[in-house]
Structures are given as structure tokens and as C-alpha cells.
Design a protein around this ligand. Structure first.
Ligand code: DGL
Length: 260
């Protein structure tokens, strides 16, 4: 395995680009291949078997492209498939899970909110984490039904999105949360809207920076960081329309349509 090879990143769609941005900011010397499986988005309401099958398809594509590590930039795919993937492929995997721990350890009101997909909130991995804290604090879980399709459609400022968020945040506000955990990689794109809707004392957190740090650590520990000085190659592939992906990347990267 040569350290010039790219980091492979996949998500059910464009949301994992929020993770790519963190990785690229921390590791600007690394080449990346990003797969947006938008044609199959959202993963959040699919069965565990379907999420696993799609995660295997994305993983095999990235391995065949020559990636040296795979970042599963999707909470739904991580919580449902990472154990299987790690057991069946020798390439290192980095996953993402909702940032429950920092919220649970720092909450003053003893109540935190978590917005994520049904697939994440119903996973065993998620329950294992919440079980560690649920005796000491209130954890208000909310499925973000309908949010991912609106983000995939580029409707980040829409009335529909605002109405959904109002409904989803209401029980959290009633329980006096002081942390809102974004448990889906699409949701960091909600932050501008959420910041306007939430009282100032509520902190919004996600796991993007932690995933980038972990990617760096694993690459360094396996001597896989790119030490060559050539300009890295960053490529995005989507199996659906590329307009919205291009827009959220501000047309800064090479985005291609690809059937996979
Ligand atoms: N962005 C993904 C996540 O982090 C998946 C959202 C979906 O496809 O439902 O969970």
C-alpha cells in the first residue's frame, strides 16, 4: 500500500461532504475519492440488510479504485455496517457516530437532544452508547424524517425544512436541552438555519472534526500519510444529479456523474 493512494469516503449522498471538508482542512496533502450514493438516498429508512448491501457496494468500489483507507462518512452506514466491513475487508475503516459523549459529559441542564436517522437511532451501536449515559441525563432522540431528501434537493433555505425542524426541536426545547447533537452527516448543512431557530445557550455539535482527527491518527500509525509533494487529486462521484453537490462544494472540486 503506497501513501500516495487516496482516502476513500462514502455516504448515502452529499452529506458526507461535510466530513470531507474537515478531512481536507486537516490533511490538505491527501488525495480523496468521494462516493455519493445519492440515487439510493436516504439510507436512514432502509432495512439493516439494505444498508449493509449498499455499504459493501460502496466499499468494494473504493477498494477497486485503490484507496488506502475508507471513511464511512455516514452515521447510518457506520452504526449498521462497520462491524461487518471491518471483519470482512483488511483495509482500515474510520466510522462516524453521533457525538453523545461530549454532550453527555458537559450538559448543565442534564438534557441533550439528538437528531439522527431512524437507521442510526435504532442501531445496536447507538443503544450501546446511550445506555452509558441514560441513567444520569435525559436523552431526547428524534428521527429527522424528511430532512435528508430536502438537503439532497438543495432546499436548505426552504419553508418545508424550517417547518420540519420546528416540529423536531419542540420536544427538545420543552425538556430544556443545552446540547443538540447532529447525528447525520447531512445535518451540519442545517447549522445556519438551526442557529437562527435555537436559543443562544444551546450548543450544536457534530462529529466531523473528530473523524478527521481519527483519520489522521490511523494514517500516521500505519505510515500511510502522503509525504509526496505533488498536488493531491480530489475527485467526487455521484450516481445522481451533480448540481447540488457542486453547489455545496462551491464548484471548487472535480465532480463527476458515475453509475456505481
Ligand atoms: N448522511 C447519512 C448519515 O450520516 C445518511 C442519511 C440518510 O441517507 O438517511 O446518517
Amino acid at each position: 500500500m503506497s501513501n500516495k493512494q487516496p482516502i476513500g469516503i462514502f455516504d448515502s449522498g452529499i452529506g458526507g461532504s461535510s466530513i470531507f471538508k474537515e478531512i481536507h482542512a486537516l490533511l490538505p496533502n491527501e488525495s480523496c475519492v468521494y462516493l455519493a450514493d445519492s440515487i439510493n438516498a436516504p439510507y436512514g429508512n432502509k432495512s439493516r440488510e439494505d444498508i449493509l448491501r449498499l455499504s459493501i457496494k460502496n466499499t468494494e468500489y473504493l477498494i477497486n479504485t485503490g484507496c488506502k483507507i475508507i471513511v464511512i462518512a455516514c452515521n447510518t452506514a457506520t452504526t449498521n455496517a462497520i462491524d461487518y466491513l471491518r471483519a470482512n475487508y483488511s483495509i482500515p475503516f474510520i466510522g462516524i457516530e453521533p457525538a453523545i459523549k461530549p454532550a453527555a459529559l458537559n450538559t448543565q441542564t442534564k438534557a441533550i437532544g439528538i437528531l439522527a436517522t431512524k437507521g442510526t437511532l435504532s442501531s445496536q451501536l447507538f443503544h450501546k452508547t446511550t445506555d452509558l449515559y441514560s441513567e444520569r441525563i435525559k436523552i431526547i432522540e428524534q428521527v429527522g424524517d424528511g430532512i435528508v431528501p430536502l438537503i439532497e434537493a438543495g432546499q436548505l433555505n426552504s419553508v418545508e425544512l424550517q417547518s420540519l425542524l420546528e416540529i423536531y426541536l419542540k420536544p427538545m426545547l420543552e425538556q430544556n436541552i443545552d446540547y443538540l447533537v447532529l447525528g447525520c452527516t447531512h445535518y451540519p448543512y442545517l447549522i445556519p438555519m438551526l442557529s437562527k431557530m435555537l436559543p443562544e445557550h444551546i450548543k450544536i455539535i457534530d462529529s466531523g472534526r473528530a473523524v478527521a482527527n481519527q483519520t489522521n491518527l490511523v494514517l500516521a500509525s500505519q505510515d500511510l500519510l502522503n509525504t509526496y509533494s505533488e498536488i493531491p487529486k480530489i475527485e467526487f462521484f455521484s450516481n445522481s444529479d451533480i448540481t447540488v453537490l457542486n453547489a455545496i462544494l462551491e464548484n471548487k472540486f472535480n465532480v463527476n456523474h458515475l453509475k456505481f
